[in-house]
Design a protein around this ligand. Structure first.
Ligand code: 726
Length: 371
């Protein structure tokens, strides 16, 4: 039986010895019921049970080991009980590898207009038809169980930025109480795991208290929440200079919502193992392609007769079989194939970045190649 296991200690030793400047960077494998996750890992976002514009088998060819689903969206439509009855989200969306679902709090705050935060949980009106719902540590954990998530996220409150010390303190304390209830509601099975999410905004004593509260609950992994919420890279790195070290060294660390390649590299150098971000998929659909030459805005008229691929050595379908001129045209006329090819390329780019980072760490080489 596989379970979410520790990083191989010897691998960690080599990594720690190999490069002093980034001695916190580490590469490892998370073993789960649905297969292995090679870290540092980038997790494509599949909000409504699909990575937009991609077939799951295509996502697999980019090298992704795990994708994300959204509790908030799926509980509203098609409903967690219905997904459960239909065999769970893995079967429903034909993705047999690991799935991580967010606990829904963040989405409620960012998507539903009418909502009320109480000690019990968050009461909100669906942004689809206005019907009333409650998300609580218990209901969020149950919904993620019904979906069949490999990695379940504890129900937290993502502290907004900026927040005063007092605001951040009471928000973090609510997250600690909710984490305890989430942990109690979790049905633990070998190969499945639940991650706690630490808060505390930019205040190091609150971050420490949050970590201590959650470590007591012995989660299978830990997320650093409350970042990438408008604080900017400098302030985010300032928190990351110490926050990962507050967490157990042998458990996965997940930085939620991050990020651009330079953000990912800086966070890996500070000890982060897992990432999720809508950038490669959302910006791909909007005509932005990530390349080793920088970001290409394919809608720019300078590409309308450019007969070269986005990247000559990229193996994705967009680069192998098409030109920038064709992608420029497809995106301009809003053809669905444009969204597909741009998304495929960006996901391939992000997975190649992670693969190179894992290789550099394993070889003990510093990796500042993209900044
Ligand atoms: C961007 N900066 C960013 N995103 C934070 C997300 C959401 C991640 C979520 O971000 C999108 O939802 C909106 C994605 O869907 C579009 C979700 O994928 C399913 C993804 O779920 C992990 C956070 N989620 C929780 N539960 N707690 C957090 O403190 C937190 C912080 C974030 N910063």
């Amino acid at each position: 039986e596989v379970s979410i296991t520790k990083f191989p200690a010897d691998e960690r030793k080599i990594i720690a010895k190999a490069h002093d400047k980034y001695k916190k960077a580490r590469a490892g494998i998370i073993n789960t019921r649905h297969g292995q996750i090679h870290t540092p890992a980038f997790m494509p976002v599949g909000t409504k049970g699909t990575v937009k514009a991609m077939l799951p088998e295509s996502v697999q060819t980019t090298g992704a080991d795990i994708i994300l689903g959204n509790t908030y969206h799926l509980m509203l439509q098609p409903g967690a009980k219905r997904v459960f009855k239909l065999g769970g989200l893995h079967k429903f969306m034909n993705w047999s590898k690991p799935l991580l679902t967010d606990s829904g709090g963040f989405q409620v705050m960012s998507l539903s207009k009418l909502r009320k935060i109480t000690e019990e949980g968050v009461i909100f009106n669906s942004h689809i038809d206005g019907s009333k719902f409650m998300l609580s540590p218990e209901s969020s954990t149950e919904i993620q169980y019904l979906l069949g998530s490999t990695i379940t996220m504890a129900f937290d409150e993502c502290t907004p930025y900026p927040s005063t010390y007092e605001q951040a303190k009471s928000s973090m304390e609510l997250t600690s109480r909710w984490a305890k209830r989430s942990r109690k509601a979790f049905y633990s099975r070998d190969g499945y795991g639940q991650f706690g999410i630490i808060q505390g905004s930019i205040y190091n004593d609150l971050r420490l208290k949050s970590a201590l509260d959650l470590i007591e609950l012995d989660f299978e992994g830990y997320a650093i929440g409350g970042l990438a919420v408008g604080e900017g890279q400098e302030l985010m790195f300032k928190v990351l200079d110490y926050a990962p070290d507050l967490l157990p060294i042998n458990k996965p660390r997940y930085l939620m919502g991050v990020g651009k390649p330079a953000d990912i590299i800086g966070a890996v150098q500070r000890g982060i193992d897992m990432f999720d971000c809508v950038i490669p998929t959302r910006s791909g659909r909007n005509g932005q392609a990530f390349t080793k030459y920088g970001v290409v805005n394919i809608r720019n008229s300078k590409y309308k007769e450019d007969n070269t691929p986005l990247e000559e050595d990229c193996l994705c379908p967009a680069c192998k079989n098409y030109t920038k001129a064709y992608l420029h045209y497809l995106v301009k006329v809003k053809e669905i194939l444009g969204a597909m090819l741009m998304t495929w390329h960006n996901l391939m780019y992000f997975q190649k970045l992670m693969l190179r980072i894992r290789e550099y760490i394993a070889q003990g080489k510093d990796f500042d190649f993209i900044s």
